[in-house]
Design a binder for this molecule. Sequence first.
Ligand code: ZEM
Length: 283
Amino acid sequence: MSIVTPAYIQVEDDIRAILRKPGYDNGNIGPVLVRLAWHSAGTFSGLDGSGGSNGATMRFAPESTDPANAGLDIARAFLEPIKQKHPWISYADLWTLAGVVSLRHWADLAGQVESGCPVRSRVPPNGRLPDAALDATHLRAIFGRMGFTDRDIVALSGAHALGMCHTDRSGYDGVWTHYPNQFSNLLYKNLLEMTWVKRDWDDWDGPEQYMNVGDEQLMMLPTDMALIWDPEFKKYVEEYAANQDVFFKDFSCAFGRLLELGVTRDENIEGHEEGPRGAPQNE
Ligand code: ZEM
C-alpha cells in the first residue's frame, strides 16, 4: 500500500527545491533537516508512549528551548514557507518528510511517513535526547528507551556522515567527514582508519571533542568515540565500514522506526495497526 499521493509529492518537490542553499554551511540544508526529524522523534519513551513526533511539540516550551535542540529553530524556519503553502500537512509530518527527502531514501521510507497524526498536546520533558559528552552506557539508556538495540544505535549514529557541528548551537565544532553533503558509511571508516586524539593543540576551549591526526580537519564527539571504545558497538562499526550496503539497509530500517515512534495512524488507512509503535512491548 502506498500513501504517496500527488499532494505529498508536491510537498516533497517543494522540500527538494530548498535543499541547496549557497552560503549556508556546506551549501545544503539537508543535514539540519535530518537532525530536526530525528530530534522531533527522539523524545519518545517506550515506558509510557509519550514524546515522539506527534503534535510537533518542539514548537513549544520547554522542548523548543531544550539546549539539545539549539539551532533547530533555523531548520523549522526553513520549512515554514512550505507549511504556509501546504497548510493541510501537519508540522510533524512536514518535519519527518523533510528528513526523509533530505536523505534521499524516499523510495524506501515513503510508507513510514504518512499523515493523520492526531495532535497530542503533551510536550515531553527535556533531557530525553542524547548528551554528546557521555558514553556507551548513556547511549544504551537513551536509545533503549526508544526500543533500539546496539546494532540500531550504531546504524543511526552513521547519520553523522552528514552535516556538521556549530559552536553557536551545540558548542562543538567541525565536520565528521570530508563529504558532509553525502550520505555514506564514511563515519565508520574514519573512526577505524584514522587516529583520533583529543582536540587540545589549538586554543580550543569548547567541550571535549576529538580530531584526526593528519589533516586535523575532522571531528568526533565523545559519543561517536564510544562506538569504537565499546567492543559490542565496535563490531557493528567494523561491519558497516566494510559494507556500505548493509549500513544503508540497516539505517533505513532503524531511521524509519525512529520516525514512527509514538505516531498513531488514521483508522481508515488500510493495512496499518493503530497505537504507539516502536517500544518493544508494542511490537
Ligand atoms: Zn546527531 N548531533 N547526535 N544524530 N546529528 C549533531 C548533529 C547532527 C548527537 C549529537 O549530540 C549531535 C544522531 C545521534 C546523535 C545528525 C543526525 C543524527 C550535533 C551538532 C550534535 C552535538 C549540532 C550542531 O552544533 O549543529 C548524539 C550525542 C547522538 C547520539 C548517538 C542520530 C540518531 C541522527 C539521525 C539519524 C545530523 C544530520 C547532524 C548535522 C546537523 C547539521 O546542522 O549539519
